[in-house]
Write a protein that binds this ligand. Structure first.
Ligand code: H2U
Ligand code: ZN
Length: 351
């Protein structure tokens, strides 16, 4: 593929998962910046914070007390965005379907990754990350088994810049009655591709990335992290399982260990890029838990980090992005190269 022809020119790229286009303007990164800067995130927090509502033994904002947990710990969100088992209720305005609303039931949980207040995935030991993966898999299975739950979204918001409310390492799980927008778009693309080509979109895409190597950040025997060809956020990455499998619960023991390994290596590279605790929203996309077998699904993770050129200068999705199409400056190939150059030892441990 002769991508070089386009490398310094504005162009647009197709995202086959969402079927959206993204505008790439690699010529723009040198423009002067007099906009917002933000205070770099503080790395020095205590191992236990008596004021933290997620630390072991502490009182939560909702009035419940956390047990003295010693590994990954999951609880029902005290301020859940969804209520379980609502009766079905539909409101419509008549034949033109302009105003439609349905009751949506679901379950929201919070998962503390570690009893330690001061750690992040990048700084946790591999067996501690594996314990988080086991809870993700167990939650996906048990919530997905419920008749009223058809999709389980596992995610993490990291850093105040991403709206994360607490620096204690934690993620969330929202299980819903319907399939939300983003996985629904991917569902349609994966299904159509499967029907048309008799193969998996993400298996075929992984093969292309492994062959070219130019967008690969890191990999191990079972997982591959790439800056996708269609990345929207400056240092967005896509985490792909090398084996075609539909969900996190299908990972065997060595694949779970490999997922822990790649999560640690990727988040360490992120932190090292601007020597900061790198903010992002990440999450996994996998087989919806409705009645279908969904063999077209390919388990994967997305990392959407907002930082562009330093610990304080972020990409805003405003103006053209909000009103027209997402746009990026630095090319996905250059972003991958920068992440690839990073060491895999966390900067806080480097002398
Ligand atoms: P973030 O992952 O965006 O920081 O959100 C933390 C979640 O934790 C948020 O959904 C919940 C909030 O409702 N929470 C509790 O369930 N109990 C508490 O005591 C405080 C926060
Ligand atoms: Zn804490």
């Amino acid at each position: 593929m002769e991508l070089n022809k386009l490398q310094s020119k504005s162009h647009r790229r197709y995202n086959p998962l969402t079927r959206d286009w993204i505008l790439v303007s690699p010529n723009r990164t040198d423009r002067p910046w007099q906009g917002q800067t933000e205070k770099p995130a503080q790395l020095s927090s205590p191992a236990y914070d008596p004021g933290c509502y997620l630390c072991p033994g502490n009182l939560r904002a909702g009035g419940m007390r956390n047990p003295q947990y010693s590994s990954a710990y999951v609880f029902d969100n005290d301020f859940a965005a969804l209520q379980p088992d609502l009766p079905s209720l539909t409101v419509e305005d008549g034949s033109k379907n302009l105003l439609i609303a349905n009751a949506e039931s679901g379950i929201c949980r919070v998962l503390c990754f570690s009893p330690r207040h001061d750690l992040t995935l990048a700084q946790m030991a591999l067996d501690e990350i594996s314990a988080v993966i086991d809870v993700w898999a167990e939650q996906y299975r048990s919530l997905g088994d419920l008749a009223s739950i058809n999709h389980v979204q596992i995610f993490e918001n990291r850093g105040a810049m991403m709206g994360c409310s607490n620096s204690h390492p934690h993620g969330q799980i929202w299980a819903t009655q319907t399939i939300p927008n983003e996985p629904r778009k991917e569902q349609a693309s994966l299904e159509d591709y499967w029907r048309e080509h008799r193969s998996c979109l993400l298996c075929d895409y992984s093969a292309l990335e492994l062959a070219s190597g130019e967008r690969v950040v890191c990999q191990n025997d079972f997982f591959l992290a790439v800056v996708p060809f269609w990345a929207t956020w400056p240092f967005e990455t896509l985490l792909l399982s090398k084996r075609h499998l539909t969900d996190i619960d299908t990972l065997d023991a060595s694949e779970r260990a490999a997922l822990a390994d790649i999560l640690k290596r990727l988040t360490t590279r992120y932190d090292n890029l601007f020597q900061t605790s790198f903010p992002y929203s990440m999450g996994f996309h996998q087989r919806p838990t409705d009645v279908g077998e969904h063999s077209e699904w390919h388990f994967h993770g997305h990392f959407f980090p907002p930082l562009l050129r330093s610990a304080t200068v972020r990409k805003f999705m405003v103006g053209f992005e909000l009103l027209a199409s997402p746009q990026r400056d630095i090319s996905p190939e250059l972003a991958a190269e920068r992440l690839r150059e990073m060491p895999e030892q966390h900067y806080s441990l480097q002398i």
